[in-house]
Design a protein around this ligand. Structure first.
Ligand code: HEC
Ligand code: HEC
Length: 330
């Protein structure tokens, strides 16, 4: 029965077609020109009441079976909607296997989850709600639970002109997450000549772009090419990554190239949170990574001085957007 309900919800979501967002609704007005337009599903245009409803749901523990876990339990605004634990426990202390990723600029992603499994935020919202090691609940029960809350009914009517139901819940959560747009890091402001990078940050930037070619994978406005790659974290991975979805050997141990925006706030790192600091991340790349048959040919060992490493970390920290954090914590 539960599976059937999920299927019905997913099918109704898959009929959504994608339209381009016009930069007209206020939320994205001042985006730098190097940002693309966000694809917004038709019928789920961003409006103030939809954002308000999605935000309320995102912070509501009643979305979990025992009322102890909200989305923000693992996606903290102060940590750029990531978390500082390798694996954050869900209900009853249950542990999953993956690190909670940042939701910075999540609305620009073309696929979701480390293995690139789902295509829209609306579909993705059902995953943590149902996941045994996260909220362990289901969206129909949530609807029943929240239907009796007058404020939710009022907001649902205002936002979508219908009662609170799975359609409204998934779309409102999607809408709120599409507003998590970060574009005012020190690095962005330096491109507009509104701030000046320090000498250390400038040297680190040069290493990142020109010497080490980190941009072979972490490129473009969001410091990711949105692909899945193997960066040599392990010789043998306990989690087969993208292969879980495609069953293809060529996709074994591939993980989504993460954005590096707000990276200074989102330690620990990698899909399993196994790398504790940026210093350790850089030392990993210096080693060239472990041999793995699907390791990207772009990963080659290199040698950095302590000074170089410090500069590269300064640059990565310049990708932190304090205005974004302030906006979502006040
Ligand atoms: C117990 C911790 C936990 C809770 C609660 C949780 N998440 Fe997550 N979230 C994760 C983990 C871990 C992943 C990575 C999962 C994977 O890749 O398989 C993730 C991934 C995501 C992603 C994909 C991001 C990307 O770039 O691929 C989105 C979006 C997301 N969560 C939104 C939510 C929303 C919305 C809620 C509440 C309804 C929520 N999460 C609740 C831990 C959590
Ligand atoms: C071949 C593609 C590729 C190249 C080149 C590359 N990366 Fe990565 N990077 C990845 C992938 C894939 C991950 C995620 C791996 C995982 O989750 O297990 C990652 C993860 C990271 C993370 C952790 C992000 C997080 O949120 O957990 C940082 C920081 C990082 N890379 C920085 C760099 C730097 C600095 C360079 C250049 C020295 C670089 N990367 C070069 C593909 C690449």
């Amino acid at each position: 029965m539960r599976i059937l309900i999920i299927l019905v919800v997913l099918l109704s979501l898959s009929s959504l077609t994608i339209i381009k967002l016009k930069n007209s609704n206020g939320v994205f007005k001042r985006l730098p020109t190097y940002f693309p337009k966000m694809d917004i599903p038709e019928g789920n245009k961003i409006t103030k009441s939809r954002v308000a409803l999605g935000k309320k749901l995102f912070f509501d523990k009643r979305l979990s079976i025992d009322g102890t876990i909200a989305c923000n339990t693992c996606h903290h605004p102060a940590m750029a909607f990531a978390d500082n634990q390798a694996i954050t426990p869900g209900v009853q202390g249950r542990l999953g296997t993956r690190n909670a990723p940042t939701l910075t600029n999540v609305g620009f992603n073309s696929t979701y989850l480390f293995d690139g499994f789902l295509e829209t935020l609306e579909k993705q919202a059902i995953v943590p709600i149902e996941e045994h090691a996260e909220m362990a609940f289901n969206i129909v029960e949530i609807t029943k639970r929240l239907k009796s809350v007058p404020e939710y009914q009022k907001l649902a009517q205002k936002a979508y002109k219908r009662d609170l139901d799975p359609y409204v819940i998934t779309r409102a959560l999607g809408t709120f997450q599409r507003t998590l747009v970060s574009y005012q890091s020190k690095y962005d402001l330096s491109l507009k000549n509104k701030e000046k990078l320090s000498e250390s940050e400038r040297k680190g930037k040069d290493l990142f772009f020109n010497t080490l070619h980190c941009t072979q994978c972490h490129n473009g406005f969001n410091f990711t090419d949105f692909s899945t790659k193997n960066n040599g974290l392990y010789p043998v991975y306990p989690d087969s990554g993208r292969m879980r979805v495609t069953k293809l050997e060529t996709d074994r141990d591939l993980f989504k190239v993460p954005t590096l925006r707000n990276i200074g706030l989102t330690a620990p790192y990698m899909h399993d949170g196994s790398v504790k600091t940026l210093d350790e991340v850089i030392r990993h790349y210096e080693s060239g990574g472990f041999p793995n048959k699907n390791k990207s040919p772009h990963l080659k060992p290199f040698v950095l001085s302590d000074e170089d490493r410090k500069n590269l970390i300064s640059f990565l920290n310049a990708l932190t957007d304090q205005k974004f954090i302030y906006r979502h914590t006040h």
